[in-house]
Design a protein around this ligand. Structure first.
Ligand SMILES: [Fe+2]
Length: 385
């Protein structure tokens, strides 16, 4: 019988303001001498990136900069990055950036260690050889990919996203320094924060949830509710930045229980309409939570409590209903769109979105089975909300 629950995490998580100063020691501990840095053109220009380079220089560690990462990384960029890793004789990988950079680093590592193209590794756990030692430094607070076993890559031949994953692609070290998230503008802070919330909520409702993922997920929800608004309102608020960095990390660990319908449907909004991942998650969350309600009434009531809702005297149904309502309120209060009409999306693409959602890697993590017709109806609802 297959094992249902596996909890994976990096070997080390270093967390705290100034943690980036430990980078050189981290690389040395992994016996790295030539680091392939995967990042983007915005991040290399930030003041905080100087601290990354300084820490490497202090330990005489050579590095090569690969900055061709863009939002929604593609198979072509990944395969090119893997070629360059080999040409530069690199022996380890450092990802600095948001989800796109860290996912790209994982995917480049897959091709480096296993050959072929990243498109050969679409199936979960199809990666045979462990990727080179990877250190992940997030500059956003939301994706949780610094601790997760997943990457999201776009197949440019067929225009859909796939998620290579498994134990062999997890970073060795997650180095989380909340100071590096200060440069995020309010819109990205809000969207990435909603992504973290979606990881926590989907992990709690997943059929693969376990006590370990529950503990991280409920804590992450409380942190998001406490800190996300403050981080959006004042990006220099370090207590809020620290709280959100921890929320993202905890929600990323909770993702061991998989994500579900929010991600399965939300991924299509990014691919077909170019809607940023976190915005798509926040938009789909209340709709999918309503749909899933019958499958996990108790869990939804618990989520409502973690969101700060008072459920005293309410029936279980009423208490559970407070959870999606609270998520919708949070999305609105952050100034994020709550319907696809607001995003000027094209409703004629609903069938295409539903078709790809049916085969998305996150579908098995949804607590309620979904037919293509139901998914189409949920996308239609997303235009109305
Ligand atoms: Fe996500």
């Amino acid at each position: 019988m297959p094992v249902k629950h596996i909890f994976l995490s990096p070997e080390q998580v270093l967390f705290g303001i100034g943690a980036v100063e430990q980078l050189g020691d981290c690389v040395t501990s992994l016996k790295g001498k030539k680091v392939f840095i995967v990042t983007d053109k915005v991040v290399v220009g930030l003041d905080s990136f100087k601290a990354v380079e300084k820490s490497l220089r202090l330990k005489n560690i050579e590095y090569h900069l690969y900055t061709d990462v863009e939002a929604n990384p593609t198979d072509v960029q990944i395969d090119n990055g893997a070629k360059l890793y080999k040409q530069t004789n690199s022996d380890s990988i450092l990802a600095v950036g948001g989800g796109s950079s860290i996912d790209s680093a994982k995917a480049i590592g897959i091709v480096v260690s296993n050959g072929g193209s990243i498109r050969d590794y679409e199936a979960y756990d199809s990666v045979v050889n462990t990727i080179p030692p990877l250190i992940a430094i997030p500059t956003t607070a939301g994706t949780g990919c610094e601790v997760s076993a997943w990457a999201v890559i776009t197949n440019t031949q067929k225009n859909y996203k796939f998620c290579p994953g498994g134990a062999r692609i997890i970073p060795k070290i997650a180095l989380v320094d909340p100071e590096l998230t200060v440069s995020m503008p309010p819109g990205i802070t809000a969207a990435t924060g909603m992504d973290a919330l979606s990881h926590a909520i989907e992990a709690i409702c997943s059929p693969y949830a376990m006590p370990q993922t529950d503990a991280y997920a409920f804590s992450a929800i409380r942190l998001v509710v406490k800190h996300l608004g403050s981080a959006v309102a004042d990006g220099s608020n370090m207590a809020a930045r620290e709280g959100m960095a921890m929320a993202a990390l905890e929600a990323g660990l909770a993702m061991n229980a998989n994500t579900g319908g929010v991600h399965a449907l939300g991924h299509q909004l990014s691919t077909q309409y170019g809607i940023p991942h976190g915005v798509a998650m926040g938009l789909m969350m209340p709709i999918i939570m309503d749909f899933n309600m019958i499958a996990c009434l108790d869990r939804m009531a618990d989520i409502a409590v973690a969101m700060g809702e008072d459920i005293t005297g309410l029936s279980k149904q009423e208490a559970a209903g407070k959870a999606p309502a609270a998520v919708l309120e949070l999305q609105k209060s952050l100034g994020l769109p709550t319907s696809l009409s607001e995003c000027n999306a094209d409703p004629t693409l609903i069938k295409v979105c539903a078709k790809w959602a049916m085969t998305d890697t996150s579908i098995p993590g949804n607590p309620r089975e979904m037919t293509q017709e139901q998914i189409e109806a949920l996308f239609k609802k997303a235009f109305e909300e």
